[in-house]
Structure formats: C-alpha cells, structure tokens
Design a protein around this ligand. Structure first.
Ligand SMILES: Nc1ncnc2c1ncn2[C@@H]1O[C@H](COP(=O)(O)OP(=O)(O)OP(=O)(O)O)[C@@H](O)[C@H]1O
Length: 222
C-alpha cells in the first residue's frame, strides 16, 4: 500500500455517553480516494468529524502526515441556506484557512477562488446569494469552498447525494483532478458504485471497521 496520509489506531469516540466509534483502526492512503461506506448510523460522519478534528477521540491515536488543517465539506443539510453571502464570498471563505478572516485576500487567493468555481462550473453563479441556489448548486459551491482551502486532506460527507447527473459528474471530475495533483480524499457515500470506483474503501458497521482495502475485496460479498 502507498504511504498513508492518515493512520487511525483503535479510535474510540463518543457523543456524551453514546459511543459511536469502537476501536477504529485504518490506514488512509495518500493521493487516493477513500470511500467510507456503511449503513445509517454506522459512524461514517463521526469518523469524518474525528479526522477533521471536530470530534475528539476519547481513546486511540490519530496520526496525520500533514501539518495542515484538513478541508471539511459537511453535508449540505448542515449548512444554513440563509447565510446572506454570495457564491463567490462562500468559496472565498475557503481561503481564510490561509489568510485568517481578518486579513484581506490577495490576488492569488482570488485566482484560486475563480479556479475552484470554474472547476465546479459555478462561475456564472458567482454573484448569486447562497440562499437562492438549488441544492445541487449549493453543494457544488461547498465543494468549491473545500477545494479553495488547498488542503492536503479533503474530507467530504456525501458530496454527491441527491444531485443530478451533471452535478455529480462535475464533482467527480473535480475530485479526480485534485487527487491527481496529490490530494488525499476521504468521502462518505451511500452509493456503492461510487464506493467501487474509489481507490480504497472502509466499511463501517455499528462503530467498527468490518472491511478495509480495495473496494473489490471489501464490497464483493455484500
Ligand atoms: N451530535 C450527536 N449527538 C449524539 N449522537 C449522535 C450525534 N451525531 C451522531 N450521533 C449518533 O452517532 C451514531 C453514528 O452517527 P453517524 O452520523 O456518524 O452515522 P452515519 O454512518 O454517518 O449515518 P448516516 O448514514 O445516517 O449519515 C448514531 O447512532 C447517531 O445517532
């Protein structure tokens, strides 16, 4: 296996008294897509939260190759529709990781913002307020915001769920592009075709890893 970007060893995580990850060990390969699959409530989003640093594990170790903060594209439903900002401003928020939100973005930052909007084909929506977008347009905006962070590790929670084919293809192409440039992608998905196309797969069940490896071997009998 190629060098791991992230190594999880025996991770345990809880929300209050509810244990949601129970001894999760995994090696996330660098510069590839890892699909995190499993039934509702299996702990997929919780694992992403741990990788993002949002949920602190109560036991186990997490080793990240990169010092840089991961980019995290949360589920669309978790983002308020009423944020009174435009698409361009939302994507530009991705640059705050580099500049800090109290500092003005530089020309190079705006160039990255434009590139990311172009990659997701939302350049013509740049001036539209977030609240006026369709679900698929908003999701593409969130993915563009994640890409604009230029992180080494990009985490996405069901980025293509409920999207039309065109939006799905855009997102897949954009993810393919960043992976080819060396970024490590971890994506939660319920779509087994998406999981099969990933380079690596993690299958969770009730907070435990029940399969890890190439998708063909992990998903074959299920
Ligand atoms: N904020 C929270 N507080 C308490 N329990 C939570 C919280 N978020 C998730 N859980 C619980 O943690 C468990 C794992 O949830 P998680 O969202 O990680 O699963 P999932 O595999 O992503 O599910 P889904 O496919 O439905 O999105 C579930 O039992 C869920 O009810």
């Amino acid at each position: 296996m190629v060098t791991p970007e992230v190594v999880c060893h025996d991770l345990v995580a809880r929300y209050g008294r509810r244990t949601v990850l129970r001894g999760v060990s995994a090696r996330i390969p660098r510069g590839a897509v890892t699909a995190v699959a499993g039934a509702n409530g299996a702990g997929k989003s919780s694992l992403l939260n741990v990788l993002a640093g949002v949920l602190k594990p109560s036991a186990g170790t997490l080793t990240m190759a990169s010092q840089r903060r991961p980019a995290y594209v949360v589920q669309r439903s978790e983002v308020t529709d009423t944020l009174p900002i435009t698409v361009r401003a939302a994507v530009a928020m991705g640059r705050w990781a580099h500049r800090g939100h109290w500092r003005r973005l530089r020309k190079q930052d705006w160039a990255v913002v434009e590139d990311c909007m172009a990659l997701l084909n939302i350049g013509d929506l740049a001036r539209r307020p977030l609240g006026t977008l369709s679900g698929g347009q908003r999701q593409r905006t969130l993915v563009a915001q994640g890409l604009a962070q230029e992180a080494d590790l990009l985490l996405l929670d069901e980025p293509s769920a409920g999207l039309d084919l065109d939006a799905q293809v855009r997102i897949e192409d954009a993810l393919g592009y960043v992976v080819r440039s060396g970024v490590t992608v971890v994506r939660v998905t319920h779509d087994w075709d998406v999981a099969r196309r990933a380079g690596h797969c993690l299958l969770l069940d009730r907070g435990r890893v029940v399969g890890e490896g190439v998708p063909g071997s992990v998903l074959v009998t299920r």
